[in-house]
Design a protein. Structure first.
Lengths: 291, 123, 225
């Protein structure tokens, strides 16, 4: 099995440490979700994992080879970045959709023009339009087209559903699952719309303030996360020794979110309600206190 | 099939339960093919590995069997197996909760029996 | 391979644009030309377009680097190109534009020998290294722009303004077409038409320097959204 490894990745912008000591292995053939608050370093990490920007420390290896300036590695990785319309007049945003796709065809060795054309039709895009003049949703569609038609073994998407309405988001997940079923390509997708996408991700990676926090099979993680509520004292005894991520107190009642470690359970015999926690709620519980 | 997924339970468990429900309701008959993991994944917008996990539970329980290169099929006697197992789990799933809930409300054993009898009379 | 192809395409776009503008300018000045009109209008047109090609060549070989930093470089890198390839793609682009323009001008001079009546053939050597010099300047400005942001762009614009001002002053000073087109610039070229060895060496050195500076900056270029 092929794998993409980050070893000790760090990134500094001036004095600011955007990423610290990231050790991460992406195994091929899975769909990963990358979640984290704004500024946690998701885009920075994806840039470095795709060798588009250099790391300040550490390196990224694809099957044992350093990917930096490595033609072979670059041919197998595609990071379809968000296109910023603000780059407007002179930057990438000034291009027409078809010009951007033409450039993609030149640079991406496995480009599938037929798939690109098919997706343009499906999204009802007008290829002659300039990217500075189209909506955020349509820009997202363009990045999705580039990612899908690249047919790259490792494909990264940075918030691909920005600006898409619920119907289009569902359609994206369908396109993704179709492509994954057909080819088994590896996808790493960062998103803020956690709940919808949680079921799509086989594994979820959580970045907190530039540090690696969690990488786990989604279902497994969800089984470890529980919400216990009831009378404050009862709750306290039931979760004794457990890792508490968040607590809410109102009057005599208390609710806590816990993340069970291997072999731990909530103590029984107390008058408490134990409920499963959604990935989004767990995320907020884990990262909510940062400000 | 086509039930909606909830957050209450692990997705793969819901998948295996849904397939079992369909078998019990004769929506899928014995020796018939069950949707592939990719089809299930698309239908419920979930990762195929999760769908596969749910299907594998049923393979392990001998409710489904695999025909190489073709897919998963409902085993003979699957309906009985499912019913048997659910009967066994009935106590853990329903009775335990019923007794606990009744306890916290202060309902006595006699009162519960009376309620159950009443429910059967209504049927 | 992708970057080489991509920037080669950009080179063709520059060359195409260059000639389109030159021919258009030539037409414009032929129709609404200077006070002293030649009897032979076609000759006038060819002469004017010829000079405009030289001037537009100079400007564009310099200015095409401005677009690189804002569009072509981030685009190429974000689509997975190696920096080494982008670098050589741009050197190749320089080469293609310089050679194509120079060769075209040589061919035009051979086809229309009257052009070389006033200007000796050796001007082509001068042009070649002049263009090389400008390409180097363009690359340096591009590097400054990448490294220091907006200040580099100001440098670009400043230089272009200087050239244009020269040109305009030239027009106001001179009367006949040849002197008009370049004005002050033409006088410089005129004086230097005995292909000075120092100028050749200077151009080559400057270009080599620009390659070094540009590579150093490109190596650490950060693609941002």
């Amino acid at each position: 099995m092929s794998k993409l490894e980050c070893r000790g990745i760090g990134k500094k912008y001036g004095k600011k440490e955007a990423l610290q000591q990231i050790d991460l292995t992406i195994e091929s053939g899975k769909i990963y979700g990358l979640i984290g608050r704004n500024g946690a370093g998701k885009t920075t990490l994806l840039s470095i994992m795709a060798a588009q920007n250099p790391a300040s420390q550490g390196m990224v290896m694809l099957d044992g080879e350093n990917i930096w300036e490595n033609q072979k590695a670059l041919g197998n990785i595609c990071f379809s970045r968000e296109i910023s319309p603000a780059s407007g007049k002179n930057g990438i945003g000034s291009l027409r959709i078809k010009e951007y796709l033409k450039a993609a065809a030149i640079y991406l060795p496995k480009w599938d023009a037929q798939m690109a054309g098919h997706l343009i039709e499906m999204f009802a895009l007008n290829p002659k339009q300039r990217m500075s003049k189209i909506s955020k949703g349509m820009l997202s569609m363009v990045t999705i087209i580039v990612a899908m038609a690249s047919k790259a073994e490792y494909t990264f998407l940075d918030e691909p559903v920005t600006g898409l309405d619920a119907v289009m988001r569902e359609r994206f997940y369908q396109i993704l699952l179709d492509e994954y079923a057909d080819t088994g390509r590896t996808f790493v997708i960062s998103t803020h719309i956690i709940e919808e996408a949680a079921n799509i991700f086989e594994e979820v990676i959580l970045l907190k303030k530039g540090c690696f926090f969690i990488k786990e099979n989604t279902q497994h993680l969800m089984e470890r996360a529980l919400h216990i509520s009831g009378r404050t004292e009862q709750v306290g005894e039931a979760v004794e020794g457990l890792v508490v991520c968040q607590e809410e107190i109102m009057g005599r009642s208390k609710g806590v979110t816990v993340l069970l470690e291997e072999g731990q359970t909530v103590k029984t015999g107390f008058e408490v309600t134990v409920q499963p926690v959604s990935l989004q709620n767990l995320f907020v519980a884990l990262c909510g206190k940062e400000d | 099939m086509n039930e909606i997924l909830t957050q209450e339970k692990s997705i793969y468990l819901q998948i295996s339960e849904m397939i079992e429900n369909d078998i019990l309701r004769d929506i899928i008959l014995e020796e018939e093919k069950v949707p592939s993991t990719n089809e299930l994944a698309k239908l419920y917008a979930i990762n195929p590995a999760t769908a596969a996990k749910g299907v594998n539970i049923l393979v392990d329980a001998a409710v489904l069997y695999k025909k190489r290169g073709i897919g998963m099929f409902v085993a003979k006697g699957a309906k009985e197996k499912i019913t048997e197992r659910r009967k066994k789990d009935f106590a853990a799933d329903y009775i335990k909760r019923l007794v606990e809930e009744a306890g916290s409300l202060g309902i006595t054993q006699e009162e519960i029996f009376a309620m159950i009898k009443g429910e059967y009379k209504n049927e | 391979m992708g970057a080489i192809r991509y920037f080669a395409r950009k080179a063709e776009e520059v060359v195409g644009l260059l000639f389109a503008i030159s021919l258009a300018c030539g037409l414009f000045f032929t129709l609404f030309g200077a006070l002293e009109m030649r009897n032979n209008t076609i000759e006038y047109y060819i002469r004017t377009s010829f000079w405009y090609s030289i001037m537009m060549g100079a400007v564009m070989i310099f200015a095409m680097h401005l677009g690189n930093e804002q569009l072509n470089i981030p685009l190429s890198l974000s689509l997975g190109s190696r920096r080494k390839e982008v670098f050589w793609g741009i050197q190749n682009m320089n080469l293609l534009v310089i050679l194509q323009v120079t060769i075209f001008l040589i061919i035009i001079q051979i086809v229309f020998p009257f052009l070389t009546q006033e200007i000796p053939f050796s001007i082509n050597g001068l042009l070649l290294f002049g263009f090389l010099f400008l390409a180097g300047m363009g690359q340096i400005c591009s590097a400054v722009s990448i490294r220091f942001g907006g200040k580099g762009n100001i440098l670009f614009i400043a230089i272009i303004v200087v050239v244009v001002v020269n040109f305009v002053l030239g027009i106001l000073q001179g009367v006949s077409v040849e002197e008009n087109v370049f004005g002050f610039g033409v006088k410089v070229i005129w004086d230097a038409r005995g292909l000075n060895f120092l100028m050749i060496a200077g151009s080559v050195l400057l270009y080599a320097l620009s390659m070094w500076i540009f590579w150093k900056v490109l190596k650490r270029y950060e693609v941002r959204n």
